[in-house]
Design a protein around this ligand. Structure first.
Ligand code: UDP
Length: 320
């Protein structure tokens, strides 16, 4: 019998890739997802339980039936703009649901959780690259909701011995190299999928700000391939057998500007990509860059793919 792992949000973009990575490592991923943002077609490597994470009865049933030895917790609302307009949705879906999950873990004796956190917990960078001990003062409700769950995890570790790794993602991008999975957000707001839509003749890229204090004036981000992210979760789950409570940055440690992303996408796709200047987007820091060494050391993990691979895999997925 493969060892079960509960994956909340396993029908989503990063969660789906994590299910594939778990299955490859010999685990049975049990997805808990209400399909409000995820896709049933993305659940291919284990059973799907269609329920909200805040549904305690559904959680009890899953813990009783599958006896998962750990949890990968992806389910969350992820849109920064929406979080500012509708904070209740973010504190409800991200914080209250996480609390129900932690209580169920406590009551069922499940002692390992890997949490999908974000570099948004730091807020505006005071120095780069961002290290895990950088001061935290999020600049949006999304970031505060993830920050709050991180605190809850530390308290449940202290009081109930539930070990956690809080993985702070930088910019997840790309698609499964075998084109079995990819990004399908609605609405889509992320740069790389929008760039590829524009390459396919659907839309024009608005470059949000050309006057930033960066080498070419456009924003710099640390893009990390979703398959590399997914693999890091399996390492994290294994590492938690030793217990502990820790936050780790998951980035490559290399920054690319919006313009470099566009130029790379033109090269990879062989298409020209229409673009126009647009005002800065509210809340965008000029540059975000991970100091990635703590994660590399702790997880014994290295990103395998670069920006060209992310774009090539996402392009292949789009044209499958
Ligand atoms: N961006 C852009 N045009 C778009 C979407 C994004 O210029 O249509 C820029 C955005 O300002 C940011 C970078 O691309 O600097 C990455 O944005 P994305 O929304 O993908 O991720 P974020 O960094 O906001 O998490």
């Amino acid at each position: 019998m493969p060892r079960a792992v509960l994956v909340t949000g396993g029908a989503g973009y990063i969660g789906g890739h994590a299910c594939k990575a778990l299955a490859r490592a010999g685990y049975l991923p049990v997805t808990l997802d209400d399909l409000s943002a995820g896709h049933e077609w993305a659940v291919k490597w284990g059973p799907l339980v269609r329920a909200d994470v805040a549904d305690r009865a559904a959680l009890d049933a899953v813990f009783r039936e599958h006896r998962p030895e750990g949890v990968l917790h992806f389910a969350a609302r992820i849109e920064v703009g929406e979080s500012m307009r509708d904070p209740g949705k973010y504190y409800g879906n991200n914080c209250v649901a996480s609390l129900r999950l932690l209580e169920a873990m406590r009551d069922h004796g499940c002692r390992r959780i890997v949490f999908s956190s974000t570099c948004a917990v730091y807020g505006a960078p005071q120095r780069l690259p961002l290290t895990e001990d950088h001061p935290q003062w999020p600049v949006n409700t999304y970031g505060w909701s993830k920050f709050t769950v991180e605190r809850m995890l530390e308290d449940f570790h202290r009081a109930h011995g539930i070990a956690n790794l809080r993985l702070r993602y930088f910019n997840a991008a790309g698609a499964d190299p075998d084109a079995e999975l990819g990004e399908e957000h609605d609405p889509e707001t992320h740069l790389i999928p929008l760039v590829l839509r524009a390459a396919a003749g659907r839309g024009v890229i608005k470059v949000f700000g050309r006057d930033y204090d960066t080498p070419d004036g456009t924003c710099l981000r640390d893009y990390i391939h979703v398959t590399d992210l997914a693999r890091a979760h399996v390492s994290a789950l294994n590492l938690l057998e030793r217990g502990g409570s820790q936050a780790l940055n998951l980035g490559v440690g290399e920054g690319f500007s919006v313009r470099e992303v566009l130029d790379t996408a033109e090269r990879v796709t062989g298409r020209s990509i229409p673009r126009e200047d647009a005002p800065r987007r509210e809340g965008d820091p000029a540059a975000l860059l991970a100091e990635p060494t703590a994660a590399r050391r702790a997880l014994d993990w290295e990103p395998e793919y670069g920006l060209e691979d992310m774009i090539a895999h996402a392009w292949a997925w789009m044209n499958r």
